[in-house]
Design a protein around this ligand. Sequence first.
Ligand code: 6CS
Ligand code: FE
Length: 315
Amino acid sequence: MTEALDKYPSRAGRAACLEPRVDPVVYSSGASQLSTHLSPEQVAQYERDGYLVLHDVFNAEEVQCFKDELERLRHDKNILGGDEVITEPGSGDIRSIFRVHSASPVFKRLASDLRLAGIAQGFLEDNVYIHQSRLNYKPGFRGKEFYWHSDFETWHVEDGMPAMRALSMSITLTENTQHNGPLMLMPGSHKSYAVCTGETPANHFKTSLKKQEYCVPEDDQLAKLAERGCIVAATAEPGSVIIFDCNTIHGSNSNITPDPRSNVFFVYNAVSNRVVEPFCDQPPRPEYIATRQHIEVIRPQRTELESYRGELLSV
Ligand code: 6CS
Ligand code: FE
Protein backbone atom coordinates (compact mmCIF):
# COMPACT_ATOMS: atom_id res chain seq x y z
CA MET A 1 0.00 0.00 0.00
CA THR A 2 1.52 3.38 -0.93
CA GLU A 3 2.51 5.58 1.99
CA ALA A 4 0.02 8.45 2.42
CA LEU A 5 1.55 11.90 1.91
CA ASP A 6 2.43 13.45 5.27
CA LYS A 7 1.34 17.06 4.73
CA TYR A 8 1.94 18.00 8.35
CA PRO A 9 4.99 16.20 9.73
CA SER A 10 5.46 16.65 13.48
CA ARG A 11 7.48 15.07 16.32
CA ALA A 12 10.01 12.45 15.10
CA GLY A 13 13.02 14.63 15.77
CA ARG A 14 11.61 17.82 14.22
CA ALA A 15 12.26 21.17 15.88
CA ALA A 16 9.30 23.04 17.33
CA CYS A 17 8.16 25.70 14.86
CA LEU A 18 5.09 27.27 13.30
CA GLU A 19 4.37 26.31 9.69
CA PRO A 20 1.59 27.63 7.45
CA ARG A 21 -1.67 25.72 7.15
CA VAL A 22 -2.04 24.40 3.59
CA ASP A 23 -5.74 23.45 3.79
CA PRO A 24 -8.81 25.69 3.60
CA VAL A 25 -10.75 26.44 6.78
CA VAL A 26 -14.16 26.72 5.14
CA TYR A 27 -14.50 24.29 2.23
CA SER A 28 -17.87 25.39 1.09
CA SER A 29 -18.51 27.05 -2.21
CA GLY A 30 -21.12 29.79 -2.31
CA ALA A 31 -23.95 27.37 -2.97
CA SER A 32 -23.36 25.37 0.20
CA GLN A 33 -26.08 24.55 2.72
CA LEU A 34 -24.29 26.74 5.28
CA SER A 35 -26.52 29.66 4.39
CA THR A 36 -29.53 27.88 5.88
CA HIS A 37 -27.77 27.71 9.23
CA LEU A 38 -25.36 30.66 9.49
CA SER A 39 -25.12 34.25 8.30
CA PRO A 40 -22.28 35.25 5.95
CA GLU A 41 -20.80 37.21 8.88
CA GLN A 42 -20.71 34.07 11.07
CA VAL A 43 -19.06 32.06 8.28
CA ALA A 44 -16.47 34.83 7.82
CA GLN A 45 -15.87 34.98 11.59
CA TYR A 46 -15.29 31.21 11.73
CA GLU A 47 -12.86 31.38 8.81
CA ARG A 48 -10.95 34.26 10.45
CA ASP A 49 -10.95 33.11 14.09
CA GLY A 50 -11.17 29.31 13.82
CA TYR A 51 -14.15 29.11 16.18
CA LEU A 52 -17.75 30.29 16.55
CA VAL A 53 -20.15 30.28 19.52
CA LEU A 54 -23.85 29.73 18.77
CA HIS A 55 -26.16 30.53 21.69
CA ASP A 56 -29.63 29.07 22.42
CA VAL A 57 -29.38 26.26 19.89
CA PHE A 58 -31.05 23.70 22.18
CA ASN A 59 -33.93 24.58 24.53
CA ALA A 60 -34.05 23.88 28.26
CA GLU A 61 -36.10 20.69 27.86
CA GLU A 62 -33.66 19.26 25.30
CA VAL A 63 -30.69 20.16 27.51
CA GLN A 64 -32.44 18.43 30.41
CA CYS A 65 -32.64 15.23 28.30
CA PHE A 66 -28.91 15.45 27.59
CA LYS A 67 -28.14 16.04 31.28
CA ASP A 68 -30.32 13.08 32.30
CA GLU A 69 -28.33 10.95 29.84
CA LEU A 70 -25.04 12.36 31.15
CA GLU A 71 -26.05 11.25 34.67
CA ARG A 72 -27.28 7.86 33.48
CA LEU A 73 -23.99 7.13 31.72
CA ARG A 74 -22.05 8.13 34.83
CA HIS A 75 -23.71 5.20 36.64
CA ASP A 76 -24.03 2.74 33.74
CA LYS A 77 -22.45 -0.55 34.85
CA ASN A 78 -21.93 -1.53 31.20
CA ILE A 79 -19.62 1.45 30.74
CA LEU A 80 -17.94 2.07 34.12
CA GLY A 81 -14.52 0.46 34.29
CA GLY A 82 -14.28 0.29 30.50
CA ASP A 83 -11.46 1.90 28.52
CA GLU A 84 -13.86 4.59 27.31
CA VAL A 85 -14.06 6.05 30.83
CA ILE A 86 -11.18 8.34 31.79
CA THR A 87 -10.89 9.45 35.43
CA GLU A 88 -9.35 12.65 36.73
CA PRO A 89 -5.70 12.53 37.80
CA GLY A 90 -5.57 12.34 41.60
CA SER A 91 -9.21 11.40 42.10
CA GLY A 92 -11.64 8.78 40.86
CA ASP A 93 -13.94 11.44 39.47
CA ILE A 94 -14.97 10.84 35.87
CA ARG A 95 -13.08 13.18 33.51
CA SER A 96 -14.40 11.92 30.14
CA ILE A 97 -16.46 9.17 28.57
CA PHE A 98 -15.49 8.50 24.95
CA ARG A 99 -17.53 7.15 22.05
CA VAL A 100 -20.86 8.34 23.42
CA HIS A 101 -22.16 8.66 19.82
CA SER A 102 -22.12 4.88 19.80
CA ALA A 103 -22.83 3.96 23.46
CA SER A 104 -25.76 6.34 23.94
CA PRO A 105 -28.92 6.42 21.76
CA VAL A 106 -29.53 10.00 22.91
CA PHE A 107 -26.07 11.23 21.87
CA LYS A 108 -26.12 9.12 18.71
CA ARG A 109 -29.23 11.02 17.69
CA LEU A 110 -27.76 14.35 18.79
CA ALA A 111 -24.70 13.77 16.58
CA SER A 112 -26.95 13.65 13.51
CA ASP A 113 -29.14 16.59 14.57
CA LEU A 114 -29.43 18.94 11.58
CA ARG A 115 -28.50 21.88 13.82
CA LEU A 116 -25.04 20.30 14.23
CA ALA A 117 -24.38 17.90 11.35
CA GLY A 118 -25.88 20.29 8.81
CA ILE A 119 -23.31 22.93 9.75
CA ALA A 120 -20.47 20.41 9.79
CA GLN A 121 -21.38 19.26 6.25
CA GLY A 122 -21.52 22.90 5.19
CA PHE A 123 -18.10 23.91 6.53
CA LEU A 124 -16.43 20.69 5.32
CA GLU A 125 -18.39 20.48 2.05
CA ASP A 126 -18.58 16.71 2.24
CA ASN A 127 -20.47 13.95 3.94
CA VAL A 128 -19.26 13.59 7.51
CA TYR A 129 -18.77 10.92 10.15
CA ILE A 130 -17.86 11.06 13.83
CA HIS A 131 -14.11 10.73 14.24
CA GLN A 132 -14.38 10.98 18.02
CA SER A 133 -17.00 11.86 20.63
CA ARG A 134 -16.72 12.40 24.34
CA LEU A 135 -18.47 13.71 27.38
CA ASN A 136 -16.17 15.97 29.38
CA TYR A 137 -17.61 16.20 32.87
CA LYS A 138 -15.09 18.68 34.35
CA PRO A 139 -16.61 18.14 37.82
CA GLY A 140 -16.62 20.84 40.49
CA PHE A 141 -13.50 21.17 42.70
CA ARG A 142 -11.65 18.26 41.00
CA GLY A 143 -12.03 18.82 37.24
CA LYS A 144 -8.43 19.24 36.05
CA GLU A 145 -7.09 21.29 33.13
CA PHE A 146 -6.61 20.38 29.50
CA TYR A 147 -3.30 21.99 28.55
CA TRP A 148 -2.96 24.03 25.32
CA HIS A 149 -2.93 21.83 22.21
CA SER A 150 -4.03 21.43 18.63
CA ASP A 151 -6.34 18.44 18.29
CA PHE A 152 -5.32 18.06 14.66
CA GLU A 153 -1.62 17.58 15.50
CA THR A 154 -2.62 14.55 17.60
CA TRP A 155 -5.26 13.27 15.19
CA HIS A 156 -2.82 13.59 12.28
CA VAL A 157 0.23 12.00 13.94
CA GLU A 158 -1.46 9.40 16.18
CA ASP A 159 -4.64 8.64 14.20
CA GLY A 160 -3.51 9.27 10.61
CA MET A 161 -5.96 12.07 9.77
CA PRO A 162 -4.51 13.31 6.46
CA ALA A 163 -5.75 16.91 6.22
CA MET A 164 -7.34 19.72 8.19
CA ARG A 165 -10.90 18.91 7.11
CA ALA A 166 -12.51 18.23 10.48
CA LEU A 167 -14.08 20.27 13.26
CA SER A 168 -15.29 19.88 16.83
CA MET A 169 -18.65 20.89 18.25
CA SER A 170 -18.95 21.27 22.01
CA ILE A 171 -22.55 21.40 23.23
CA THR A 172 -22.74 23.02 26.67
CA LEU A 173 -24.80 21.03 29.18
CA THR A 174 -24.09 23.27 32.20
CA GLU A 175 -23.20 26.93 32.57
CA ASN A 176 -19.73 27.55 31.09
CA THR A 177 -18.62 30.60 33.08
CA GLN A 178 -15.37 32.56 33.36
CA HIS A 179 -14.65 30.64 36.57
CA ASN A 180 -15.41 26.93 36.09
CA GLY A 181 -12.83 26.09 33.41
CA PRO A 182 -14.41 27.24 30.14
CA LEU A 183 -12.87 26.27 26.81
CA MET A 184 -10.18 28.85 25.99
CA LEU A 185 -9.10 29.39 22.41
CA MET A 186 -6.48 31.37 20.50
CA PRO A 187 -8.31 33.07 17.61
CA GLY A 188 -6.40 32.74 14.32
CA SER A 189 -4.10 30.01 15.64
CA HIS A 190 -5.76 27.53 13.27
CA LYS A 191 -3.89 29.09 10.35
CA SER A 192 -0.49 27.99 11.68
CA TYR A 193 0.60 24.41 12.29
CA ALA A 194 2.45 24.07 15.60
CA VAL A 195 5.04 21.36 14.90
CA CYS A 196 5.85 19.49 18.13
CA THR A 197 9.19 18.05 19.14
CA GLY A 198 9.86 14.65 20.68
CA GLU A 199 8.63 11.19 19.86
CA THR A 200 5.15 9.75 20.31
CA PRO A 201 5.31 7.60 23.46
CA ALA A 202 3.97 4.05 23.23
CA ASN A 203 0.33 3.93 24.34
CA HIS A 204 0.42 7.72 24.68
CA PHE A 205 -3.39 7.89 24.91
CA LYS A 206 -3.28 6.06 28.26
CA THR A 207 -1.82 9.20 29.80
CA SER A 208 -2.59 12.01 27.31
CA LEU A 209 -6.36 11.79 27.83
CA LYS A 210 -5.83 12.25 31.57
CA LYS A 211 -3.09 14.88 31.38
CA GLN A 212 -1.31 15.69 28.12
CA GLU A 213 2.36 16.39 28.93
CA TYR A 214 4.09 15.29 25.71
CA CYS A 215 3.57 16.46 22.15
CA VAL A 216 2.16 19.83 23.07
CA PRO A 217 3.29 23.18 21.63
CA GLU A 218 6.24 24.87 23.36
CA ASP A 219 6.04 28.15 25.27
CA ASP A 220 7.42 30.34 22.48
CA GLN A 221 5.05 28.84 19.91
CA LEU A 222 2.10 29.46 22.25
CA ALA A 223 3.30 32.97 23.14
CA LYS A 224 3.57 33.86 19.44
CA LEU A 225 0.07 32.52 18.66
CA ALA A 226 -1.46 34.22 21.72
CA GLU A 227 0.22 37.51 20.83
CA ARG A 228 -1.16 37.38 17.28
CA GLY A 229 -4.76 36.87 18.32
CA CYS A 230 -5.16 37.05 22.12
CA ILE A 231 -6.95 34.41 24.20
CA VAL A 232 -10.72 34.13 24.49
CA ALA A 233 -12.88 32.13 26.91
CA ALA A 234 -15.95 30.57 25.29
CA THR A 235 -18.43 31.35 28.06
CA ALA A 236 -21.95 30.21 27.26
CA GLU A 237 -25.20 29.15 28.86
CA PRO A 238 -26.42 25.52 28.56
CA GLY A 239 -27.70 24.59 25.09
CA SER A 240 -25.02 26.58 23.24
CA VAL A 241 -22.69 25.14 20.61
CA ILE A 242 -18.99 26.00 20.45
CA ILE A 243 -17.69 25.08 17.00
CA PHE A 244 -13.90 25.02 16.55
CA ASP A 245 -11.63 24.01 13.72
CA CYS A 246 -9.52 20.87 14.23
CA ASN A 247 -6.36 22.99 14.37
CA THR A 248 -7.42 25.86 16.63
CA ILE A 249 -5.19 25.91 19.69
CA HIS A 250 -7.33 25.48 22.79
CA GLY A 251 -7.23 24.36 26.39
CA SER A 252 -9.07 24.88 29.66
CA ASN A 253 -8.20 25.54 33.27
CA SER A 254 -8.98 23.38 36.27
CA ASN A 255 -12.39 23.84 37.83
CA ILE A 256 -12.11 24.78 41.51
CA THR A 257 -15.67 26.04 41.76
CA PRO A 258 -18.58 23.92 42.99
CA ASP A 259 -20.19 24.08 39.52
CA PRO A 260 -19.42 21.37 36.91
CA ARG A 261 -18.53 22.45 33.37
CA SER A 262 -20.00 19.50 31.47
CA ASN A 263 -20.08 19.44 27.68
CA VAL A 264 -20.58 16.82 25.01
CA PHE A 265 -18.10 16.96 22.11
CA PHE A 266 -18.52 15.58 18.59
CA VAL A 267 -15.65 15.62 16.10
CA TYR A 268 -16.97 15.70 12.54
CA ASN A 269 -14.50 14.52 9.90
CA ALA A 270 -15.05 14.70 6.15
CA VAL A 271 -15.54 11.23 4.70
CA SER A 272 -12.90 12.09 2.09
CA ASN A 273 -10.49 12.75 5.00
CA ARG A 274 -10.92 9.40 6.71
CA VAL A 275 -7.94 8.30 8.76
CA VAL A 276 -5.12 6.29 7.17
CA GLU A 277 -2.13 4.76 8.96
CA PRO A 278 -0.75 6.98 11.78
CA PHE A 279 2.01 9.42 10.81
CA CYS A 280 4.21 8.08 13.58
CA ASP A 281 5.75 4.73 14.41
CA GLN A 282 3.05 3.71 16.87
CA PRO A 283 0.07 1.42 16.12
CA PRO A 284 -3.31 3.09 15.51
CA ARG A 285 -5.17 4.27 18.60
CA PRO A 286 -8.23 2.23 19.64
CA GLU A 287 -11.60 2.59 17.91
CA TYR A 288 -13.18 4.32 20.92
CA ILE A 289 -10.78 7.25 20.46
CA ALA A 290 -10.56 7.39 16.66
CA THR A 291 -13.19 5.83 14.39
CA ARG A 292 -11.42 3.64 11.82
CA GLN A 293 -13.35 0.42 11.27
CA HIS A 294 -16.92 1.57 11.89
CA ILE A 295 -17.23 4.67 9.74
CA GLU A 296 -20.94 5.54 9.51
CA VAL A 297 -21.83 8.41 7.20
CA ILE A 298 -24.14 10.78 9.06
CA ARG A 299 -27.55 11.60 7.57
CA PRO A 300 -28.46 14.93 9.19
CA GLN A 301 -32.06 15.00 10.41
CA ARG A 302 -34.38 17.56 11.93
CA THR A 303 -34.81 16.37 15.52
CA GLU A 304 -37.32 17.54 18.09
CA LEU A 305 -37.56 17.18 21.85
CA GLU A 306 -39.93 14.21 21.62
CA SER A 307 -37.29 12.20 19.74
CA TYR A 308 -34.76 12.84 22.49
CA ARG A 309 -37.29 11.95 25.17
CA GLY A 310 -38.09 8.77 23.25
CA GLU A 311 -34.42 7.77 23.16
CA LEU A 312 -34.11 8.48 26.87
CA LEU A 313 -37.03 6.16 27.60
CA SER A 314 -35.56 3.47 25.36
CA VAL A 315 -32.39 3.05 27.42
O1 6CS B 1 -6.10 12.94 21.97
C1 6CS B 1 -7.25 13.29 21.71
O2 6CS B 1 -7.86 12.91 20.71
C2 6CS B 1 -7.97 14.13 22.75
N1 6CS B 1 -7.13 15.04 23.44
C3 6CS B 1 -7.46 16.30 23.66
C4 6CS B 1 -6.74 17.01 24.73
N2 6CS B 1 -8.37 16.96 22.95
C5 6CS B 1 -8.94 16.19 21.83
C6 6CS B 1 -9.18 14.79 22.19
O3 6CS B 1 -10.17 14.67 23.12
FE1 FE C 1 -8.74 19.08 22.47
